[in-house]
Design a protein around this ligand. Sequence first.
Ligand code: DGY
Length: 325
Amino acid sequence: MDRPKIFVTHRLFEGPQAKLREKFEADYWSDSERPARAEVLRRIADKEGLICLLTEKIDNELLAAAPRLRTVANIAVGFDNIDLDACTRRGVAVSNTPGVLDDTTADFAWTLLMAVARRLIEGDALCRSGQWKGWNLDQLVGADIWGKTLGILGFGRIGRAVARRARGFNMRVIYNDAMRAPVEVENEFRAEYMEGDAVLREADFVSLHVPLLPATRGLIGPREFGLMKPSAFLINTSRGPVVQEAALIAALEQGQIAGAALDVFEREPQIGHGLLRPNVVLAPHLASASLETRTRMAMMAVENTIAFFEGRRPPNLLNPDAWKK
Ligand code: DGY
């Protein structure tokens, strides 16, 4: 039997790549630079499967260029790069990689939080500059973390993993989510539900963990920055467009908040010039980037694709209606 033809928009790690080789006739994009859109459209033309990154836009144009396409496996938990309705209409089954990156992403939200509060990046730059003249009482003084209030917007798996880590810092945890968590979960994570505005008013650190949806696009804008404490920090490891970048820059310039630590940006990979300030820590969308986790994510995408072509429901199917067809 012919092996299904699939296109993989990035080379995978050895384990997942080997597994893919056994089952498919796989066409890999092997440069470290992303393939140009025209190249993706060309290579997808005769493929039945696609394994892609969150930087690939899966829309009507791509689907029209891929008449034989039956499944898309996104190597990410977020899938705002995919027009799910368009895929469902064409009977293309879509999957993602939930669960395997929660703790790694939560670790990184904390990495950012600590780096911005304790001015680690400025300290590192001072050490490297050769200008450090020795200990001084008021040198690079930052903000305490322990005992403060952590506000979490989006209390799903990742938001909860962030909350769990706050215990060791003896922090108060407050949260908002479109759906309030059951009381057992609130007790387990020692987290208190509040209205979104109250979270913004009371938190010393606001950490974002909502998916990018029409309702969350631009969620944090001028009004929300106006509610935050001037001593508060914003941490974003969710999606860039959840925060109105121009409003964030204005809030930083006007001292409405104390600083920000960002892993994601409104127009990635562009970073607004106004964010290049000492009280902003910047990372290039790294939150899930540990070798173990990225390997697990790639393996999960491979397993979703194998399941599909073996006639089994992909474990992380996002559009069951496409599967029924
Ligand atoms: C995701 O999975 O959605 C992240 O943004 C990348 O790990």
